[in-house]
Every structure is written in C-alpha cells, then in structure tokens.
Design a protein around this ligand. Structure first.
Ligand code: C2E
Ligand code: MG
Ligand code: MG
Length: 761
C-alpha cells in the first residue's frame, strides 16, 4: 500500500542514492587516475634525471682526460700542443663543439682551431659566463654554465667548465667546453620526445641570482633567446616552492639535499593546472623538471565520465520507464477504485458521494442558479416484486441511459439509490422549462423493450431551485423530495417546491414535536359520527380522532395522522384510537343496552405492522368488544401495490369476523378486478361525489353506478358527507344503504353521543 502510494518517492529515493553512488564512484575514479598519472610523472622524471646525470658524468670524464693530457709534460704551456689536444677531442665527441682554455683571471688563453674569439675575451667579464666561471674555481667537478649563443659557432651551447689543478691543488687554468644545445643530436632529444610531457633542465640559482633554463623540450613554441637568456619568473618559482612545501613539507634547501623525486600540481602562467615532476642533481646543481603539456588527468577522466554517465543515464531511462509503467498502472487501478466509490455500479451514473464532492466545482459554472430535480419512478416496487430484480435492474439501466441522452454534458445526473435519481440542471430559459419537463416525463415513460417484453414506467419529479429555495444542496434535496411527494399524488408529473410546502413542512415539524407528548398530556380524544340506515335506525358510528394542543390549537386528523405515519408515531396513536373507541362504545352499548356498529379508520402504516391482526385482536379481547360490531375503514388512496400486499391480512381480518369498509371510494384507482379480489363489506362513497350530486348529472350517474357495483359485489354502500335533505332523497332513490353527514349529526363527543342515542332510541 505504501509502495503504491509512493512509487515516485521511491523512484526519487533510488535516484538520489544511485546518483550519490555514481558521484562517489567518479570521485574515486578521478583520484585513482590522478594517482596513476602522477606516479608516471615520478618515473619519467627519474629516467630524465638519470639520463641527464649520465650525460654530464660522461662529459666530465672526457674533460678530466683532457685536463690530464694538458697537464702531462706541462703541455698546456705550449699553445700548438694544446690546440692539437683540443682539436683531437673534437672528433671524439660529437656533442662537444669546441674547447677553450682560460687562465684563473678568466682570460681565454687558447681555443680549439674551430673557434675564433676576440683577442681580449674574458669569461669573468661576461655577464652570462661570469657566475659559472667563479663557481668552477671552487669546484672539483665540472660546472655547467648558462646556455648561451656562441657567435663563432653560430649555435646555442651549454658551457661545461672544469678547473685543472697541479699536484698541489693550485688551479692552473679552466677548461671550457661548448656542448651542443640545439642540434637534432641534442643531448636529451631522444628522451624528451614524449608528446604530452615537456622536460626542462634548470640551472640552480647561484647566490640567489635566479634560475635559468638550460634546456626546454617545448622550446619550439618560443625563441631561444626568450627561453634561455631570461631568469625564470619569481612568481612561478615561489608558487612552486609553496606547492612543494604544502604537499611534502620540504623547503627548497631540503630538496637540494636529497635526491628525492617529487610530483605536485601548480597553476601555471596561464592559470592552467599543471603537473610537475621535479628532482635535483646536487653534483651538477641542476633541476630536472617534467611538466605536462595537456591536462591528461582531465582528458582520461572525461572519457571515464562520458562512459559512466552514458551507463547511468541509460540505466535510469530504463528505470524511469519501469517506474512510469508501475505508476500508470497504479494510477489506473486507483482511478478505477475512485470511480467505483463515486459511481453507481449498476447504471455507472455518479452517486451521491460524487455529487457532494463535486457540487461546489460544478455550481461555480452556473450563473443563473440551478434546478435540483428529485426523480422517483412510479410503482417501481411492483415491477421488482412481480417481474424480478433482473428486469428491474435492466429497466433502471435503460432509464439511466435515457436520462444521459436527454441531459447535456454540463448537467449532473446522479443515481440516488433504488429507483430515485437526482439531476442538477443549470437555469437557462424559463419559458421552455415546463415543456422540457413534460418532454422528460414522456421520454422516460416510453415503452421499454426487455427480453422481448414491453414495460412502462412512470416518474414523479420534485424540483427545487438554487438560490431561490435554499442555499445548501442538502436542503435543496430535501425540498425537491417534498415537492416529489406532491407530484407522486398525481403520478407521472412534476411539481415545483412552493412556499406553501415549506409552510407545511414547518407545520409538520411542529406537529411532530407536539404530537409526541399529546397522549400523555391527554390532549387527544375520540369523536363519533353516527351512521344512519335508510329506515332512520342507527347503523353505527365512525370514530374520528381529535386533538387540541395548547400551542397549535385544534389540529385536524387529516394533518396529524399523516405526520404520525411519517414519523413512526402511528403505532402508539393507533393503539390509543382503537382502545379508546372500543372502550367508549362498549360502555355506551352496555349502558343503553343496544348493539350498533363501530367503524375505526386504519392507516396504511398500521396495516403494514407485522403483528397488526394479533395486536387488534388483543385490544378487542381486552375491552371484551363484540367483533361482529366492528368495521375497519381502509382508504382507497392506498396504492395498488399496497393493496396487493395487504390482501392476505384483509382476508385474515374477515376470517376473524371483522368487517372491512373501503373509505373515500371513487378518489383512488381501484379497478373492478381489484374490487372483486378484495374482501370488502362496504363501500364509502366519497363526500366530493355527494357534494355535486344535486347539480352535476355526471356525478349523479357515477354515484348510481358505484351503488350498483356495491350491489353486484354484495357490498353495502355508505354515502359520506350528506348535508341536506335533498341529497338524502336522491341517495335513497338510488338505493344507497347507509348515510353519514352533518345532516344527521356532526361527530360527537363520547357524552354527546350517549345523549344523541338516548334521544333517538
Ligand atoms: P374520513 O374517514 O373520510 O372521515 C370523514 C370526514 O368527513 C371526517 O373529517 C368528518 O368530520 C367529515 N364529515 C362527515 N360528515 C361531513 C359533512 O356532512 N360535511 C363535511 N364538510 N364533513 C363531514 P375529519 O374528522 O376531519 O377526518 C378527516 C380524515 O382524517 C378522515 O376521513 C380520515 O381519513 C382521517 N381520520 C380521522 N380520524 C382518524 C383515525 O382515528 N384514524 C385514522 N387512521 N384516520 C383518521
Ligand atoms: Mg373514514
Ligand atoms: Mg372518507
């Protein structure tokens, strides 16, 4: 689960770890390359240093031999002999280009024949030669002088000087040799041909006069004059010394006293990093220096870097694609899950959660407000019960499809549950609205073809309007629901929420509040309205509930019975009504010693109670009431499906000797076939027919046919709301059996009924 949620976090984590590892690897590789390269400088420097040393050692030996020959038999005193000796050596060594002998004062006494010097040439007086000449006077071995251009040879040479001493050690003279510096037989040229390294031989500073280059293998870039005649920049020398001190903790004098080879890095004149291999030749006072030409550490590292980076990038592209794949499939799963929680599985329409989640965003795009349509299919329960849930589901799916194709994208269609749908529709043109709703009703109630069978479903729509009716969606839904119940009364129609409904709602809330304690407070009682036979004798009474509340005043039963039904108060209220009626009437019957009928109104909710029959039988038993004198009035406005459900109960009631009357007959939908099925003893013709009977011949004909139906089905007929003598006359004419209405008596209290009966006995 954690993995699912954090695929990308894991990816970034792995990336960071891998990147750190990769950086670390590069770091170590860099230093490994550097170490290896620096070591190679050390070896190379060592080779160069040894080669240099051996060249000078070889030349020293030659000069020693020369010195000995000149001393022998004091040959140096004879110019001719000396010249011969010098010339003979020229042939022996191709590196030495010429010789000269100087006295201790620096004056050139003689030279090999190939050299022509000015008459008064003096080595001590020449700026280039004077230091090395002074130096040789105190040295036993040869002294290497500064590189210089010899005019008579037209060549750059390196002077080698050697003092000749007699047996007492006194200097007799100084031999000077000119070593070829520039030719292709250059003394180090073979060794220094390495492409990426340059070699320098540097004459050590005598008396801090500065360092001079003797040889620089990179000389082809600049001219010799520039390279060899100028002292090496103090800046370079100092920074080198500093680098050495820092890395090896050695001073320049320490270096002069060891033959250690050191390698270090400095910034050169161009501020480029340079690698230097350095060692000192103590005997000839020479620094041997190897320097890189190109940054080979970087170039080797760069190729490593490129290879590693390519591997790293490639691996991560693969890795990224893998994670992307995982993430997309996780997202897909997640989306499917979210879809599931926010949609109805049957119709795939959004559900309530979806609506609550999205209502704010959705309503932001509505400028003129919106309608909340609460849709309930009519008689859908019947379809489910009779045809099975499979067909029911198929119809719901088809209804959803029709809704979907009827409404446009921007309108929200929600399955609220069961056979209820909610539609949020933006307000646009008010005028076409009514036709729109009628169209919708037509569309949904068109025939459905499922499994080669045809079905029809009606729908009732309740509508509330934002912002006119309410501000919150919860409230709007509850108002649309209220309006839907109004539409349900007519079926297959729509109804807008009205202020009257709001008022009723409030009143209902008050009624509910007060009704809860009405029985305890003794606010309820029963009134009884007499029912009279054609011959004027008493048939019975109808028990009617009465309630007077201190806050609400007198509340009619048509109002509070509905509230009791909706709020679960009906069972208690029903028990009160039945018990009180049975007790009151039993008492009157006993007192006057007459038997007459008692009709009690029973609401649908009471009929739906699982133990209704047992319960009422128990109450009858308690009051010792004669069952044959009891009629239960059920209203015809019971829906057809309800009638179907209560049929077994009605049969059982009849079997127990209790009669059943169908109240408000003519206002509902019962067909003849239903009437035939139901175990009814009495039809109560609704007051609305009686009211019109004198003026409307149609109504009169209707009443006549109701009475006929009653006769045919062997049922008594009772006319409700009879108010005038004329009405009585017409009804009698039509053979109506029983009459009830203000003409005979209004509903009476317990005591008044006793008086009424005594009086009319
Ligand atoms: P209903 O069962 O059809 O009752 C007849 C109604 O007509 C009674 O109104 C009665 O007072 C009235 N009425 C009778 N004769 C006349 C007349 O000549 N003129 C006029 N204008 N009205 C007349 P009520 O008592 O207000 O009851 C209204 C409805 O409330 C009843 O209709 C019944 O459906 C229901 N109801 C009343 N009491 C009970 C009860 O105890 N239990 C149940 N479940 N429902 C009751
Ligand atoms: Mg009634
Ligand atoms: Mg009635």
């Amino acid at each position: 689960m954690i993995f699912k949620k954090n695929v990308w976090i894991i990816f970034y984590f792995i990336f960071i770890v891998a990147f750190s590892f990769y950086s670390l690897l590069l770091y170590f590789r860099y230093y490994e390359i550097e170490d290896r390269r620096l070591l190679s400088y050390k070896y190379y420097t060592e080779i160069i240093a040894q080669a240099t040393n051996s060249i000078f050692t070889q030349e020293e030996m030659l000069l020693n031999t020369l010195g000995n020959q000149l001393l022998k038999n004091s040959a140096y005193k004879n110019v001719e002999d000396s010249k011969k000796i010098l010339d003979s050596l020229l042939i022996k060594d191709s590196l030495l280009l010429g010789f000269g002998l100087a006295d201790i004062e620096g004056n050139i006494l003689l030279t090999s024949t190939n050299i022509k010097l000015p008459k008064n040439a003096n080595l001590l007086k020449n700026e280039t030669t004077k230091d090395s000449f002074k130096e040789v006077l105190y040295s036993d071995s040869i002294v290497v002088g500064r590189a210089m251009f010899m005019k008579s040879l037209s060549k750059w040479v390196i002077p080698l000087r050697k003092a000749i001493r007699d047996t007492n050690g006194n200097i007799i003279g100084v031999i000077n040799a000119a070593m070829d510096h520039n030719s292709e037989y250059n003394f180090l040229s073979n060794l220094t041909s390495a492409k990426n390294k340059s070699v320098m031989i540097i004459k050590d500073s005598v008396d801090t006069k500065g360092f001079y280059k003797l040889y620089d293998s990179s000389k082809n870039t600049v001219d010799d004059e520039f390279l060899y005649s100028r002292v090496i920049s103090k800046k370079i020398i100092n920074s080198s010394i500093k680098s050495i001190e820092k890395k090896y903790n050695l001073s320049i004098d320490d270096l002069r006293n060891t033959n250690q080879i050191i390698v270090f890095k400095i910034k050169d004149m161009m501020e480029k990093e340079a690698i230097i291999g350095l060692t000192y030749n103590k005997k000839y006072r020479l620094w041997c220096l190897v320097k890189n030409r190109s940054n080979e550490i970087y170039s080797e590292f760069l190729s490593v870097l490129i290879v590693y980076s390519l591997i790293f990038i490639f691996s991560f592209i693969v890795f990224y694609l893998l994670f992307k794949n995982i993430a997309t499939s996780e997202k897909r799963k997640n989306d499917a899950l979210v879809f599931q929680t926010l949609h109805d599985t049957l119709t795939l329409l959004p559900n309530r959660s979806y609506m609550y989640k999205n209502i704010n965003r959705w309503s932001r795009y509505t400028t003129n407000g919106y309608y909340v349509l609460f849709i309930d299919l009519d008689n859908f329960k019947n379809i489910n019960d009779k045809l099975g849930h499979m067909i029911g589901d198929d119809i719901l799916v088809e209804v959803a499809n029709r809704l979907r194709s009827y409404f446009t994208e921007g309108e929200m269609i929600v399955r609220q549950g069961g056979d209820e749908f909610i539609i949020l529709k933006k307000c646009k043109n008010e005028k076409i609205l009514d036709s729109k709703f009628l169209e919708l009703i037509n569309e949904i109630s068109k025939t459905y073809h499922i499994d080669n069978k045809e079905f029809r479903v009606g729908l009732s729509i309740g509508i509330s309007v934002y912002p006119k009716d309410a501000q919150t969606i919860e409230e709007l839904l509850s108002l649309a629901d209220t309006a839907m119940y109004e539409a349900k009364k007519r079926k297959n129609s729509y109804c807008f929420f009205s202020e009257k409904m709001r008022h009723n709602n409030i009143l209902k809330a008050d009624i509910e509040q007060e009704l809860r304690s009405a029985i305890e407070k003794n606010e309820l009682w029963m009134a009884y309205q007499p029912q009279i036979n054609v011959d004027g004798s008493i048939h019975g009474v109808e028990a009617l509930a009465r309630w007077e509340n201190e806050k609400l005043g007198f509340v009619g039963p048509d109002k509070f019975i509905v509230v009791a039904e909706e709020t679960g108060l009906m069972r208690g209220l029903g028990e009160f009504i039945i018990t009180t009626s049975l007790r009151d009437i039993k008492k009157i019957q006993s007192e006057l010693n007459i038997m007459f009928n008692l009709s009690i109104n029973i609401s649908v909710v009471q009929l739906m109670e699982a133990d209704f029959l047992e319960h009422i039988l128990q109450l009858i038993e308690n009051e010792k009431f004669d069952k044959s004198m009891l009629t239960l009035e059920i209203t015809e406005s019971l829906s057809i499906e309800d009638l179907d459900e209560v049929l077994p109960l009605l049969l059982a009631i009849r079997e127990n000797g209790i009669e059943i009357s169908l109240d408000d007959f003519g206002t509902g939908y019962s067909s003849l076939s239903i009437l035939k099925k139901l175990p009814i003893n009495e039809l109560k013709i609704d007051k609305s027919f009686i009211d019109e009977i004198l003026y409307d011949t149609g109504q009169k004909a209707l009443v006549q046919s109701i009475i006929n139906i009653g006769k045919n089905f062997n049922m008594k007929t009772l006319a409700e709301g009879v108010e005038t003598e004329e009405q009585v006359a017409v009804l009698k004419n039509h053979m109506c059996d029983i009459f009830q209405g203000y003409y005979f008596s209004k509903p009476l209290s317990n005591n008044n009924l006793l008086q009424y009966l005594k009086h009319n006995k």
